[in-house]
Design a protein around this ligand. Sequence first.
Ligand SMILES: Nc1ncnc2c1ncn2[C@@H]1O[C@H](COP(=O)(O)OP(=O)(O)OP(=O)(O)O)[C@@H](O)[C@H]1O
Length: 301
Amino acid sequence: MAIIEVDRLAKSYGGRTVLDGVSFAVEEGEIFGLLGPNGAGKTTTVECVEGLRRPDGGRVRVAGRDPATDRRRVTPILGVQLQHSDLQDKLTVREALELYGAFYPHPADRRELAGRLGLDDLLDRRFGTLSGGQKQRLFIALALIGRPRVVVLDELTTGLDPNARRDTWELIDGLRDDGVTILLVTHFMEEAQRLCDRVAVLRSGVLAALDTPAGLIEHARNATVVSFTPSRPPGDDALAALPALRTVRRADDGRLVVSGTDATVEALMSLLARDGITAHNLRVESATLDDAYLDLTRGEH
Ligand SMILES: Nc1ncnc2c1ncn2[C@@H]1O[C@H](COP(=O)(O)OP(=O)(O)OP(=O)(O)O)[C@@H](O)[C@H]1O
């Protein structure tokens, strides 16, 4: 069942359209990524899901409720980590967890949550003295304190060092195991590829693509590129007949560069074996979500 429904969402600021008919549905238990260049409308979309902004057109539902008009019902099930959050400098980490926990009828165990986010040594530290990464981890903890069914994480790991980023990914994996639905805004393709079941790519306020990471990669212009120096050249006709072939290029140094999909590479290997051709210095490169994303958003910032 879809727990988040976004249907033909439209939003303008001062007459300038920033969302123009965006539709997607997030299934319960799914990790759904929202990608796109700066200014594409990601934050505006999640703010509409959170009920912080009212759409100018279209419909948003969280667990069947309108988050803008039915906040009383939506707030208890929705955890939110805002992109630009702030707390009073004098508040300690412990006080922040207690304060936010008090908003919910059945808050998470504060100690356990602090432990999971590496905050246990920081409980008595004041917010104003925390580093950027420590603040970020606290905001993630605050998003989770109410044991939400749905969590919206806007730029989850921006500002975290590589170790903290990996720890956070493990935390998200743990939430997935608990059946929590996650809407994740990110600029990190590795993060999206690692965590998301499906991703939507926004471009200038419209949906440019919606698929699994593997599905998007499959559609990258050069999904798989194989290059090698053949012991003798394979026939042009046989190469042209390879399934899902995209390009064939003979480099100046004699290397043959073939791009297509995994099926192209498998057929090429069979062709070489059949014709007794040896592939020297064979290299196979698979496209990443980064490649697919760049294809989809090329020309944008
Ligand atoms: N309150 C506002 N008033 C006017 N324009 C706004 C407002 N909030 C956002 N915008 C504009 O709407 C567009 C979409 O912004 P939004 O923050 O949703 O994009 P984004 O995809 O989240 O970008 P980023 O990756 O930079 O966070 C941008 O051009 C932005 O300048």
